[in-house]
Ligand binder design. Sequence first.
Ligand SMILES: [Zn+2]
Length: 55
Amino acid sequence: MAKTKFLKIACPRCGKKQIVYGKSSSRVKCTNCNKLLIQPTGGKTKIRAEVKEVL
Ligand SMILES: [Zn+2]
């Protein structure tokens, strides 16, 4: 069974924390300042934010 990982990340620009799915196939932007936090790059997910916690 595949593990689903949720990550608590903090926006490097404004510090807003949010919980995202670690293998998201779509872009995730900061809900506060709209900075791109998660960028899928051909199967791999690039996290451009600080990971605070793995849930
Ligand atoms: Zn932000």
